[in-house]
Design a protein around this ligand. Structure first.
Ligand code: PLP
Length: 409
């Protein structure tokens, strides 16, 4: 009778669970405890929302700040404040969250997708310039994954053509472009506190501007066009209720106290990963422009598929088998390929601006080749502030080992 030895269990190179940050604690509790003594949880002049604005200003030098219910809301408020005419165009990135474009569509604007830079995954200023038309009103710069956009170049285009620049900072808390916190170059900085972001309060957002023209009216765009400053109800515009509330503000204000530390740790982890992955066959690592600071909401790399014996998905699975938290791809498709765009199904199966002849946009014809390539060949690696150097070294060793094993000879 022959005996076969039981296969020995594979011990992954990353042989420990992914470190989990402790996200909430004494600072949040202190604010929430103070909050429950308050007679009201309404946001306007509420102590927690006031504290949130003060804490936010410690990081971002904005005169006008409006905390609101989500990042999507912050972007919608920014777009609404521009008072688009139906059919006006806003240039946007094709790899982003739906929240970037929702406000444009609700304001009867037309999202126009421009292509991305291959290694930062942010808007390519050259393609943005090509997409400007007589209908363009704004550029929305999405700082993807924590990496700052080239807002210097985008602001120059905006200025040249008299456009607004909206910065979608949802994924990039703490990132800096040429030494300056992102959000401050454009006309609006828009931020998200949703649960998955660097700092969070469940759901929340903040829109901010230094524009003397747009700033004073900002709050009305998130508060039914009610005038909380002068009092009274005489809505002059159609505006949603995107108000913040005191419980969310309490948590968000406390979270802002941790931002510098969280971002420093994530930046260290991301930069260490890049240093250790240098030279891995078939990997294209994210690049950060000289003078910029990446805050690594996640780590997005690309592969050169022809250099591997396996597919992108199999490569990501092989990373997983070595204990690396890796996902094949980021979002499933470019945003313009979502069914809602492909079917122009924005309002009950119709799209009034097109039906009325105010745009000829056909999203089935849109193609951003660089963005499509990124979607097809990218892999996301988890980064968080609890990851030690030793943990990142293990991740890098695992990725190096797998890529060398599966690279074509
Ligand atoms: C780039 C970007 N913009 C906007 C949003 C929308 O933020 P929220 O989920 O807070 O509405 C997100 C959220 O994931 C995002 O990643």
């Amino acid at each position: 009778m022959s005996t076969t030895a039981a296969p020995s269990a594979h011990r992954p190179i990353v042989d420990e669970p992914v470190p989990q940050p402790v996200r909430w604690g004494a600072p949040e509790l202190a604010r929430l405890t103070a909050m429950v003594q308050q007679p009201s949880l309404f946001y306007w002049k509420g102590p927690q929302t006031t504290a949130l604005i003060e804490e936010f200003r410690r990081h971002y030098a904005f005169k006008y700040c409006y905390p609101c219910s989500s990042g999507t809301a912050s972007l919608h408020i920014a777009v609404a404040a521009l008072k688009l005419k139906p059919g006006d165009e806003v240039i946007v990135a094709p790899i982003t969250d739906m929240g970037s474009v929702i406000g444009v569509l609700f304001q009867q604007g037309v999202p126009v997708f421009a292509d991305l830079e291959p290694r930062t995954y942010n808007l390519d200023p050259a393609d943005v310039r090509r997409k400007v038309t007589s209908r363009t009103r704004a550029i929305m710069a999405v700082h993807l994954a924590g990496n700052p956009c080239n807002t210097t170049a985008l602001a120059a285009i905006a200025q040249e053509h008299g456009l607004a620049l909206i910065e979608d900072c949802a994924q990039s808390w703490g990132a800096r472009h040429q030494g300056q916190p992102i959000g401050l170059v454009g006309d609006f900085g828009c931020y998200s506190f949703n649960d998955f972001k660097h700092i969070a309060c469940g759901d929340g957002g903040l829109v901010a501007t230094n524009s003397e023209q747009l700033g004073p009216g900002l709050a009305k765009w998130g508060d039914k066009s009610y005038d909380r400053v002068a009092g009274g109800r005489a809505p002059e515009e159609l505006a949603a209720n995107y108000r913040m509330s005191e419980p969310q503000s309490a948590v968000a204000a406390a979270q802002l106290g941790k931002l510098t530390d969280i971002v420093a740790r994530r930046n260290r982890a991301g930069e260490l990963l890049t240093a250790r992955l240098a030279g891995a066959p078939g990997l294209l690592l994210p690049t950060v422009a000289p003078g910029d600071f990446h805050s690594y909401w996640f780590y997005l790399l690309r592969i050169e598929p022809a250099k591997f014996t396996v597919s992108r998905n199999e490569l990501a699975a092989a990373f997983n088998a070595e204990g690396v938290i890796a996902g094949p791809g980021y979002i499933p498709t470019t945003v313009y390929r979502y069914p809602v765009f492909q079917n122009h199904n924005f309002f009950g199966g119709a799209w009034p601006v097109r039906d009325l002849g105010l745009t000829t946009m056909d999203y089935r014809q849109v193609n951003c080749p660089v963005a499509e390539a990124i979607i097809a060949d990218c892999i996301t690696l988890r980064i968080n502030e609890a990851m030690s150097d030793a943990y990142i070294e293990k991740v890098a060793r695992a990725v190096q080992t797998v890529t060398r094993r599966l690279a074509r000879a």
